[in-house]
Design a protein around this ligand. Structure first.
Ligand SMILES: C[S@@+](CC[C@H](N)C(=O)[O-])C[C@H]1O[C@@H](n2cnc3c(N)ncnc32)[C@H](O)[C@@H]1O
Length: 247
């Protein structure tokens, strides 16, 4: 969280030490029409204090105990909206930071839910994955998807931005129910191998499936379930690395 200390948008919080609170100018609202749309949305939460206070109570937020799936690093709507339509009786929490992506993902998901009505519920959180220890309690989620996180460079100074660290792997393990899963996909082989090394070092998660070309080597590939980034890599014929872990 060191990078947050210098961020002018960080506000002191009695309970959480620092929370992100953006000051949005009139000019910015005019140039980015998605800001107001996000502020009005019932399915997108942007107030970090409220988001963190819900930790341990997401089942009450969703009004059911159906179980929660989490996607970190959501991006655009393709995977998100299809997954909700495809899987019955689960709740979904998705993390994204950009207003347009948040709003468009909500819009497309609501359109799809009308077509394939089921009892699923979802919320989009405008908060960083680095806050996983604050917005979730232990054993609160079932499955986590991490698809195509930016691999960052190979220099040590850049690597600190990478999503998978020993702390994050341990935190996510604590937040996951026993017997449930984490699925990670990336086009970047060095990032994939380095991540696997880290998981081996931490020695908590069990690998149940691993492939350096999952479309050709496994039965997990489904063209309808790919993300926007995966579609680009497929067009460029780049092989996708895939791993499924179990707690
Ligand atoms: C490389 S894209 C991948 C999107 C999607 N998973 C896909 O495969 O198409 C990364 C996304 O993560 C979001 N993001 C970047 N940093 C983040 C952070 N610290 N916490 C949560 N999301 C973040 C970005 O806004 C961007 O939409």
């Amino acid at each position: 969280m060191d990078n947050q200390k210098t961020n002018g948008f960080m506000k002191k919080s009695e309970k959480y030490w620092l929370i992100f609170e953006e000051k949005i100018s009139e000019k910015r609202r005019q140039t980015n029409p998605y800001i107001d749309k996000v502020l009005k949305s019932e399915n997108i939460l942007i107030n970090e204090e409220k988001i963190f206070e819900t930790a341990g109570n997401w089942d009450k937020y969703f009004w059911n105990k159906n179980g929660i799936y989490l996607e970190i690093w959501t991006g655009l709507w393709n995977f998100f909206s299809n997954e909700i339509a495809r899987i019955e009786n689960k709740n979904f929490i998705w993390l994204e930071l950009k207003y347009k992506r948040l709003f468009m993902t909500e819009k497309k998901t609501l359109e799809k839910l009308q077509t394939f009505w089921n009892s699923n519920k979802f919320v989009l959180l405008k908060t960083k994955w680095q806050n996983i220890d604050k917005f979730l309690s232990d054993e609160e989620i079932e499955k986590t998807y991490v698809f195509f996180p930016d691999p960052w460079g190979n220099k040590e100074s850049q690597k600190k931005h990478r999503l998978f660290s020993e702390k994050f792997i341990k935190d996510l393990y604590a937040k996951t129910k026993n017997g449930w899963k984490l699925i990670f996909k990336t086009d970047h082989k060095e990032y994939f191998d380095t991540t696997l090394d880290l998981f081996e070092k931490v020695w908590l998660w069990k690998i149940i499936l691993k492939s350096y070309d999952y479309e050709n080597e496994t039965d997990k590939f489904n063209i309808k379930e790919i993300t926007e980034f995966e579609a680009i890599f497929r067009e460029d014929r780049i092989k996708v690395n895939y791993v499924e872990f179990e707690k």
